[in-house]
Write a new protein. Sequence first.
Length: 205
Amino acid sequence: MSKGRLFVISGPSGTGKGTICKELLKKRSLALSVSMTTRQPRTGEIDGVHYYFVSKEEFLEKLAQGGLLEHAEVYGNYYGTPRAMVEEKLQQGQNVILEIEMKGAAQVRESYPEAITIFVLPPSLEELRKRIRGRGTETEEAIRLRMSKTLEELQELPHYDYYVINDILEDAVRCTEAIIDAESVKVDSTVTELIRKYEEEEQTL
Ligand code: 5GP
């Protein structure tokens, strides 16, 4: 069986990459990687479903064992992708999706150059500010800081394979599905297996 494809969805926070991923899972056969984090669970979050919630010691132990495909520190908490599940699913021919921030995406690009990376953009900074204000969880000063950080993070965009502008969610999901569909039938070294399948069939005709 040919190996699955590894998709990375990344981008500044507040752009809706998590929502896009959730919608994608309903429409395509994808295994979403469950990350490990040292942050506290939010209301409604389930251990092993949304994240593996662990202590800093457990996280650092996993990291030292080489058990993380990538990791990053975000606002004082650690986040990382457990390597085993990703490798197992890819080996089984399943497509895997990671929803991670940009420093982690850069590490994935290093260790998996064949990974397909997608950058989610807000339609504008003004719209992003509106969305963050709408959540009502941050002060004006924090929002201003976030805007300049977003601009800094945008400098990473040239390193990605695709970008998706999340203006209307449905359109952004459709665009991401199109990327996944096209990449799933892209000719690569695994097509020799496909040719072999036809050759074997020919023997039985
Ligand atoms: P939150 O705490 O809001 O769930 O996530 C904060 C940020 O961490 C988001 O941008 C999210 O995409 C990112 N993130 C979640 N899991 C991982 C991971 O395993 N690795 C990295 N590098 N970032 C992650």
